[in-house]
Design a protein. Sequence first.
Length: 472
Amino acid sequence: MTAIQFAERQLPHALRRRASPVLLRLQSVLTATDETARSQRVALVAFFIRVVSAGIAFIAQIVQARLMGEFEYGIFAFVWVLVVVFGNLSCLGLHTAVIRFLPVHRAQDDHRMVRGLTWTVRVLAMVSASLVAALGFVLLHVAGERIAEYWLVPLFLALFTLPMIALGDVLDGTARAHGWTVAALSPTYIIRPVLILIFMLLAVWIGEPRTAVTAMTAALAATYVTTLAQFIRITLRLRKNYGRGALGFSLRPWMKFSLPVFLVDGIGFLLTNSDVVVVGLYMPPDQVGVYYAAAKTIALVQFVYFSVKAAAAPRFSAIMAEGDNETLAVFAGQTVRWAFWPALAVGLCVLALGEVLLGLFGSAFTSGYILMVILFAGILAKACVGPGEVLLSMAGRQKLCVGLYAVTLAANIGLNVTLIPHFGLIGAASATAGAMMVEAVLLHLAVRRVLGIVLFAFADPRPANTLAKGRP
């Protein structure tokens, strides 16, 4: 029994009837406040994990770059980006669909559907990733003679890693749908990078060569260990909550939601990583290494946005289910502020130490400082509108997101292809920053037009006409 319900029962019967609507409204307000506070706690936990993760990843990259040198490090960086991109795409958007539908089935106390949903997303992600890997093996066999020899073995190892990357992503989504933030984020962002570094150091210690092949072998082993352990942990927690029993399926609505999200997330992921891919296609591995080091150093800023996004998605979905547009607008405005101001502060600190941080990778990497400055401009532009794509997706506007991201991706690739041949790495950074700015503008316009919410760090989220209507 809540405190509000207890207070209501203490009232005389004559007053209870009149007071009931007021108390119900008060309870609704308090519940909304509790949910917002919970979202803030989730954001803080995710933020902390991302801080720790950023530190671990940064140290691991420095050690790997020092061990391998810029040429071998560039090979590993390029191949690992391909693994993460195609592993994520192999999920077919199901890692987001589980966040959207699992709370709904759980609220309906339909354990059958929860069990069916969690089983479906795992199986489909694994099957999809295995098919992508099989296609990759065929392409390597057919076109192997046209690919430089130093790429072949790392790519071969990468294909074996894909199914575990995809499974890890849907397990992440399952845990996030329950609010298990630590269980969701720690395997991918803390445990796996630590294991990659440990396995790499052990391999070098026993006499293995300091090459991209050794690094990819360590990454493959770390991914399997991490994902299988996460699989066991999440499975046990699901069984504890929902027990064993029959599975329920609602494939059509699940896939109807997930496939557009697959396009949105896929295009978004390509936007995040296409610069490294295009640089790898146009430039030698040592230049890829310099660019990757600069991009990952300034990416320390992006864990702020990721933390806000992780907390916002379930809360957006819950508010929309209640149909409270005012609360939705206010919460959306809060997420923008949570994204922008910490990103600005962290970004300025990273830039102040930029040359020192890049120098840790090796003397050849300090030339990437100007790339960090350019990329930060794009990151800040994106932070100005916060997790707009999450808001649109949770509102069922996935097709609109697909269109926006298709335009942004086309701009990104077009700018990269145009600028890299003339300006090299500076062209790549400028293209990526320009694409982020295009994305921010499009998201701002789309959210305002469709949902009537002003997503901008320096504006009230409610349009002026809405505010005027609310004034006495």
